[in-house]
Design a protein around this ligand. Structure first.
Ligand SMILES: *Cc1c(COP(=O)(O)O)cnc(C)c1O
Length: 461
């Protein structure tokens, strides 16, 4: 009998490289290159895939089945979706703390506050160190381990350092953290110390510490895990994949997030584009990026573009010299990933809005009253949605998911000051009070049951 030779070509495999993000350059490098920026032009790098044959329905099924598995990769809400982030060789060690797996919460009170029919929060504050930085740190640290690096570093407004410290400790690496003195929320600094990172406070702001770290990377060979690191972006993409799975693959109209260094926005846009390519999404949701008024360089760029009747891509970002906001996680004057974000806003027909300190504080308290809670930067989402609904950009009956980026307990000083009516922020040396519109101050009574009963009666009215 004659043997029949199969003529079917082998299934197309996905290939991966590092690629310069700059359109004029687009230089390619092996995925194992460890330079933080493009050696040819200094641009940002991105992980670039040529996708092989992947059946979207089979992928969805496989990801669902993995929920029953006890493999550490399947227990992670990032690595469960590893087909979307295939940059590591199969034998690589993965450093995980079971990140991701965060809930999608219905929030009727917050919806009513924004004058919407329905609003859902994807709460990244449920992560192991309490922010979405963990989604990116598991991939960033795993890559550092794959590259054989021993020392990892970042400059941080707080959550990156907390996350870096935890994942470096888990992976057996030394973490070095540069922090702008006095500008990091208590909970975050406490975490970095507890997880054993070498924590260095520098007398400058975020952008100043960033310059120092760049020198350390060049001169002392440490591996940079700031949000320029393209492997962190890969992990943060899975926030969107997990969200879509929770939405049973029905794309919402809007995904709303706060914008600081704009790494997360870049990650969300990349996830959405790649999911469209892989036919995992039937349509493109729109991204809405919300910035704090005192740290809104991206918003200003869009305003200038509109005023000058130009495409935003034709302009460059003007950094905000002295960014001011109590939402320290988004207190950034010169966001590194602004060009990537412009591309993603264009690809998703997105928008950028800004909100005031009072609006952030009010929205945060409303999210708290919903039993959910978050840190100030996260609350910029609800404040922004309220504004965008009022200006008819978002419609009342649109499907909206807001991403709450960090946990309530990150910044207890802010919470206490708000409820006690002492919250204030300074602009140009002047203290401006923030009204405690939804304040819930503690009440003092003598040790006497009758006075407590009177309070109960008053409280039930
Ligand atoms: C880092 C962070 C942000 C800002 O994200 P970018 O990627 O820098 O834009 C917002 N909220 C929280 C809680 C964060 O930790």
């Amino acid at each position: 009998m004659k043997k029949t030779v199969s003529r079917r070509p082998a299934a197309n495999k996905t290939t991966v490289s590092l690629r310069c993000f700059e359109e004029k350059c687009r230089a390619r490098y092996p995925i194992t290159d460890a330079k933080p920026f493009c050696p040819a032009c200094g641009g940002l790098l991105e992980v670039h895939y040529e996708w092989g044959d992947l059946d979207p329905e089979a992928l969805k099924q496989r990801w669902r089945t993995r929920k029953m598995s006890t493999d550490p990769r399947d227990l992670s809400g990032v690595w469960r979706f590893r087909e979307m982030i295939p940059f590591l060789p199969p034998e690589a060690r993965i450093v995980t703390l079971r990140e991701g797996n965060t809930p999608l919460l219905d929030a009727p009170r917050s919806a009513a506050y924004a004058d919407m029919d329905r609003l859902r929060f994807k709460h990244q504050g449920f992560n192991p160190t309490g922010s979405f930085k963990d989604n990116g740190m598991t991939t960033g640290i795993s890559q550092a381990v794959a590259l054989g690096r021993k020392v990892v570093a970042c400059v941080s407004t707080g959550n990156t350092s907390a996350s870096l410290a935890a994942y470096a400790a888990t992976g057996g690496l030394q973490a070095v953290i540069l922090i702008p003195a006095g500008q990091v929320a208590t909970g975050k600094l406490a975490q970095a110390l507890e997880y054993g990172a070498l924590t260095i406070q520098v007398e400058t702001n975020f952008d100043g510490t960033w310059k120092l770290l760049s020198r350390l990377v060049e001169e002392a060979g440490v591996y940079l895990l700031n949000s320029v690191n393209p492997f962190r972006v890969e992990g943060q993409k899975t926030i969107i994949v997990e969200m879509m799975e929770q939405l049973e693959w029905q794309a919402p109209d809007w995904i709303v997030l706060p914008g600081g260094n704009l790494g997360n926005c870049s990650a969300f846009g990349k996830a959405l584009r790649e999911m469209r390519q892989l036919k995992l999404l039937d349509r493109m949701p729109r991204l809405a990026v919300i910035q704090a008024e005192g740290a809104a360089p991206l918003y200003q760029l869009f305003q200038r573009a509109a005023a000058e009747k130009k495409a935003p891509q034709e302009l460059s970002l003007c950094p905000v010299e002295n960014p001011t906001t109590l939402a320290t996680a988004i207190k950034i004057g010169a966001p590194v990933s602004w060009k990537k974000t412009l591309q993603e806003i264009e690809a998703t027909r997105g928008v950028c809005e800004k909100v005031s300190e009072q609006e952030i504080a009010d929205a945060k308290a409303v999210i708290g009253r919903s039993g959910i809670g978050c840190e100030p930067a996260s609350a910029a989402t609800l404040a922004g949605i309220r504004k965008l609904v009022a200006s008819n950009v978002i419609r009342k009956n649109d499907q909206v998911v807001a991403v709450l980026t960090g946990n309530l307990m990150k910044d207890p000083d802010y919470v206490l000051a708000y409820h006690q009516g002492t919250l204030a922020f300074s602009v140009a040396g002047k203290q401006r009070p923030i009204e405690s519109r939804f304040g819930n101050p503690p009440v003092s009574v003598p040790a006497d049951v009758e006075s407590i009963k009177r309070l109960l009666v008053a409280g039930s009215k």
